[in-house]
Ligand binder design. Structure first.
Ligand code: GZL
Length: 348
């Protein structure tokens, strides 16, 4: 997207100033005369598209996955001819709420937002609904009893990702009695994706009693926290022991934390993928490379390239069509027993 159109100024300030200037000039971004729209030519339609503004509230930039997700949405908007007001919440829900309020002040056409956590969105989404601004929730989901607060959701199936991680273990340890002890490093507390992976993983393992999740801690999807957790748990003994129990498997909710963990294990002379089975989620290039090197045994894909699907939804809404309440992006599993040499570069 050209620099001049990717607005990253303090959104509230920009939006408030624009709203004041427009009200002084006797017209807002969308005045009532727009309701009697004349028939338009093709170039007018392109110009009209240019006038469509999307308010985009992104969580932050905590992982390569997130960077790719942001770029996918911005590039898809540019390709569709839409303008985006982009706000990076820097991992804070209050910043997302402020950004959504500024989008309302500016009277954007659509709000696209990725809720960092599940709870606490009803009030600001009611304000968007009262302002007749449709909302598309992307990637992570919210907890609400009122599904009129959003037009639709585009994302990935985190519960299914947890189950896929579990089924890899069921297959890998088929015919072995166990018990096998698992360390879990979870994603952001209260996020729908960490909860989905947590629940799907346990549900998938419930078919047998040979797996014990002996320790679970949140690493907030951050590489630094993955490293820190490994240091705190294994730094004293340099052995795969937690509270005296041997760790056979580590399930990490995203590649960023996994890569931090791997660094620390190798510093301690522990061979990830051999001394301990490693399962991760996302499938960024570095994790795929680690599978090829035998350092990660399984990576469950979580696809960040949601931009084109999101823009299809924006286009439908702009044409007055309804959109599906949930749209899932396809995703697969990569593991140690397959040839990944021909795999296309992941792009992030
Ligand atoms: C998953 C997404 C998660 C990724 C992490 O849908 O929300 O957030 O798995 C990212 O890498 O930080």
């Amino acid at each position: 997207m050209s620099k001049d159109r990717k607005w990253q100024l303090p959104v509230l300030l920009v939006a408030s100033v624009l709203a004041v200037l427009m009200s002084l000039s006797g017209c807002s971004r969308k005045d009532s005369s727009e309701s009697e729209k004349p028939a338009v030519s093709q170039e007018d339609e392109a110009t009209q598209k240019q006038n469509i503004v999307i308010g985009f509230s992104q969580i932050g930039a905590e992982s390569a996955w997130r960077w790719c997700n942001t770029e996918s949405i911005q590039k898809a908007a540019e390709a569709a001819g839409y303008q985006i007001i982009y706000s990076n919440a820097e991992q804070k829900q209050e910043n997302q709420i402020k950004a959504i309020r500024s989008f309302i002040v500016y009277k954007v056409d659509v709000i696209v937002f990725i809720p960092i956590v599940k709870d606490g969105w009803d009030n600001v989404l009611k304000e968007a609904r009262d302002a007749n601004i449709p909302v598309i929730i992307v990637d992570r989901m919210i907890n609400t009893s009122d599904d009129s607060l959003y037009a639709g959701y585009v994302g990935t199936d985190s519960y299914g990702e947890g189950r896929k991680a579990a089924s890899f273990l069921l297959n890998r340890y088929a015919g072995q009695d166990g018990p096998f002890n698992i360390l879990e490093i979870r994603g952001t507390e209260g996020s729908s994706v960490a909860d989905g992976r947590y629940e799907g993983f346990r549900e998938g393992l419930s078919k047998t009693s040979k797996f014990n999740i002996v320790y679970s801690e949140s690493g907030d999807f951050m590489r630094s926290r993955g490293k820190e957790i490994a240091q705190n748990l294994f730094g004293k003994t340099h052995k795969l022991l937690v509270n005296g129990q041997k760790i056979d498997i580590i399930f990490s909710h995203n590649d960023a934390m996994t890569l931090g963990l791997l660094e620390t294990l190798e510093e301690y002379g522990i061979k990830p993928g051999k001394d301990v089975v490693i399962i991760s989620v996302d499938a960024e290039q570095a994790a795929i490379d680690a599978v090829k090197e035998g350092k990660i045994n399984c990576v469950v894909e979580c696809n960040p390239k949601q931009g084109p699907t999101v823009m299809e939804m924006v286009n439908s809404i702009m044409n007055g069509w309804s959109i599906p309440k949930s749209t899932y992006i396809p995703e697969v599993v990569f593991h140690e027993h397959e040839d990944l040499s021909q795999l296309q570069p992941r792009g992030y």
